[in-house]
Design a protein around this ligand. Structure first.
Ligand SMILES: *Cc1c(COP(=O)(O)O)cnc(C)c1O
Length: 394
């Protein structure tokens, strides 16, 4: 396809042969974003968070690109996600943090996965797995400093510290890390940010008094990595920013932080037709044409991850013009009013989301239009969309 330099996007919008829509993943962007985060992290190491299939970008490819960019750790929520990375041959240091009783800690220890421990039950289960596997567990204790989600707080933290010190003394576990997570990192001036940092410092003193001095203290997600160097400690845990999205859109987009979006979602028009004024469009006729106009049919819908709440508000780039979803987003398709003078045809390229710097609609634009966050827009892109990887191996 010819690229006209006058187009708002200088990026190619061609689909792979035989596809009606795709998710393009620029691994070079993931690598460069990680390098930028590493630069900002200073002396701290970078753990690239690749949970939820790398925020929809593909966990294994994203992990490799982030490691190439200077990450020395990987993080995932679920043990199953960690085991899948190991099965794919990813052997970098790897931390996981969310389990229920019955989790296969023995498999985790055999695979050399670091385990977060947030409770005495989890520590006891890890110690049983140590007995079965004959491998000393590397654990990171999680303290709840005010998110009130996972992690131990109050007397539970006191009990956990005591139990962990005993388990380290009998050489079942090696307490290599301690960590917590912010409730308001995306609002750097929020008073809870300082309060949580203070509680974290208190927790470090608790560990010290118990004779535990983990080398890896970590607290910062993407937002805190970008906005709060005081909490970088030994390791930062960015997720969203690795993929080139801003965790603080009210402060600045990706370009403002030296990042670029790794994901673009591309398709092309399946049909173009002229309709009279007063034509009801899509299910429930939530949109009616005001004038004679040209409608385009976009072969993507909520089954592909386009939010149904994008009805009448979702932003698109069709050919070289901006447009807005017209009428209901359906399961597999949606319609867009292209205006009376649209001269294009079926096959015209559609950018559903892409790069801020190229003037394309972004995940953030979709999030703002539909009342959610950019995280949700990228992680929900559907499994039936082929992932096209760019910049592999470079
Ligand atoms: C998801 C997650 C992160 C990464 O958060 P971002 O806001 O995407 O940077 C870091 N730490 C924990 C515990 C997480 O669950």
């Amino acid at each position: 396809m010819d690229i006209d330099p006058a187009r708002p996007s200088a990026l190619p919008t061609a689909l792979p042969a035989g596809s009606s829509a795709c998710v393009e993943i620029d691994l070079a962007a993931i690598r460069a974003n990680t390098a930028e985060l590493k630069r900002r992290a200073g002396a701290a190491e970078v753990m690239a968070v690749v949970k939820a299939d790398g925020y929809g970008h593909g966990a294994v490819a994203s992990a490799r690109a982030a490691l190439a960019g200077g990450a020395s750790w990987l993080g995932v929520a679920q043990l199953e996600e960690a085991l899948a990375l190991r099965a794919a041959g990813v052997d970098a240091p790897l931390l996981t943090w969310l389990y229920v009783p019955g989790a296969d800690f023995t498999a985790a220890l055999r695979a050399g996965i670091d385990l977060t421990v947030s409770s005495v039950w989890a520590l006891e289960a890890v110690c049983r797995a140590v007995g079965e596997s004959g491998t000393v567990a590397r654990v990171h204790l999680k303290v709840d400093t005010g998110l009130s989600r996972n992690g131990a707080a109050g007397p539970d933290w006191t009990d956990l510290v005591r139990a962990a010190a005993a388990a380290e003394a009998d050489e079942s576990v090696d307490v290599v890390g301690v960590w917590s997570h912010f409730a308001y990192a995306d609002e750097p001036q929020h008073p809870t940010v300082r309060r949580q940092a203070e509680r974290f410092a208190d927790a470090l003193r608790d560990l010290d008094r118990a004779g535990l001095r983990p080398a890896l203290r970590h607290l910062a997600n993407s937002a805190a990595t970008l906005t709060n160097p005081a909490v970088h400690y030994d390791l930062v845990r960015p997720g969203l920013a690795v993929y080139g999205l801003s965790p603080v859109p009210q402060l600045g987009g990706p370009t403002a932080y030296g990042l670029r979006e790794a994901m673009r979602v591309l398709t092309s028009l399946a049909l173009v037709k002229r309709v009279p004024a007063g034509t009801g469009v899509s299910y429930g006729h939530q949109y009616t044409t005001e004038q004679e106009t040209v409608l385009g049919l976009v072969p993507m819908g909520y089954a592909d991850g386009i939010p149904r709440s994008g009805t009448n508000v979702g932003p698109l780039q069709v050919g070289d013009q901006r447009a807005t979803v017209s009428g209901r987003v359906c399961m597999d398709q949606l319609v867009v009013d292209l205006g009376p003078s649209y001269a294009g045809a079926a096959g015209d390229p559609v950018v559903v989301l892409g790069r801020e710097a190229q003037g394309e609609p972004t995940a953030q634009d979709w999030a703002s239009a539909t009342g959610t966050i950019n995280y949700e827009i990228v992680t929900r892109m559907g499994a039936r969309l082929p992932r096209i990887l760019l910049g592999e191996g470079g």
